[in-house]
Design a protein around this ligand. Structure first.
Ligand code: C2E
Ligand code: MG
Ligand code: MG
Ligand code: MG
Length: 280
């Protein structure tokens, strides 16, 4: 009986495993198709200077609109693309699209608008693909000092020495590097002291805890003051309420993004706002 049960279980697991794989393969095929048939698009979330109310830059965020399934969120397909290796091609498409856009803005009097692009940890840890991205960056006539690449702690700590070496290639060109989602990982700013970072993006979970009180607030205050001493620019992520904004202003944090200002939006909606220079 035990043997029979065991056998049954094995079959069950095997089917489950197969199903999971079929799902992955299906998704991967659809993603390939999405790339070929241009079902990917970039949305842009404005980054705002709280003091002047101006849009100083945008973060490019990829969107997949599947004709059958509708909207597929990036947290679903970016990790899958990283697993299958499709990320390299997806990312080159993202960079191409964002850099083309940036180049157009520069030709149309919007030279000062910074463009932040997320860089997958896979690319930062792959020599071949990193080099391809480097030549892609060189193919566009853009002011590097207004390009920001957002990287995560994972990308750095996988191999910190290679990460530093590769990031230095970028910063020597004048490109800015932002540490994304700061506060969600385990490493400290002192561990990252040799990494050429210009910007620290304070994670949404930090900003969220501003509503709370006591120790959480002390931690954010300490981080903001440390960033200031270390000469990092701080961008607050996920600002949703006026209270959060007021707190940040009081701490002399002046740049951020979040639904309070704008969700990520398609280019047709963004451009008129850029031209009027201020939001709201
Ligand atoms: P991220 O780079 O930290 O991007 C910020 C995410 O927070 C975006 O989600 C954005 O829509 C969301 N967000 C912004 N403001 C608010 C707010 O006030 N409240 C809330 N609740 N959310 C806010 P999104 O676009 O779904 O992207 C999720 C993650 O997927 C990104 O996190 C990034 O890690 C990844 N991702 C998105 N686009 C790309 C891309 O083009 N390339 C790569 N490699 N990863 C990307
Ligand atoms: Mg980001
Ligand atoms: Mg982030
Ligand atoms: Mg995030």
């Amino acid at each position: 009986l035990a043997k029979k049960e065991g056998k049954g279980k094995y079959v069950f697991y095997k089917n489950d495993f197969l199903k999971a794989n079929i799902k992955t393969v299906n998704m991967a095929n659809r993603l390939k198709n999405a790339l070929d048939s241009e079902h990917l698009t970039l949305y842009y979330q404005p980054q705002v200077n709280f003091i002047t109310g101006e849009i100083i830059g945008v973060e490019a965020l990829v969107r997949w609109i599947d004709p059958e399934r509708g909207f597929v969120p990036p947290i679903e397909f970016i990790p899958l693309a990283e697993e299958t290796g499709q990320i390299y091609k997806v990312e080159r498409w993202i960079f191409k699209t964002a850099l083309e856009q940036k180049q157009k803005w520069e030709q149309n009097g919007l030279k000062h608008i910074k463009v932040a692009i997320n860089l997958s940890s896979k690319t930062l840890t792959s020599d071949v693909n990193f080099r391809k991205l480097e030549s892609l960056l060189e193919a566009y006539n853009v002011d590097y000092s207004t390009i920001v690449l957002e990287i995560t702690e994972t990308a750095i700590i996988t191999d910190i020495h290679s990460a530093i070496r590769r990031l230095e290639i970028l910063t020597k060109k004048g490109i800015n590097i932002a540490l994304d989602d700061f506060g969600t990982g385990y490493s400290s700013l002192s561990y990252l002291r040799n990494v050429p970072l210009n910007v620290i993006k304070l994670d949404r979970s930090f900003i969220n805890s501003i509503q709370e009180n006591g120790r959480e607030l002390l931690i954010i205050k300490a981080i903001l003051s440390l960033c200031k001493d270390l000469n990092y620019e701080v961008v607050a992520e996920g600002i949703e309420t006026k209270e959060q904004l007021q707190f940040l202003q009081k701490q002399q944090c002046t740049i951020g993004q979040g639904y309070l200002f704008s969700k990520p939006i398609p280019i047709e909606i963004l451009e008129p706002q850029l031209k009027s220079l201020t939001i709201k």
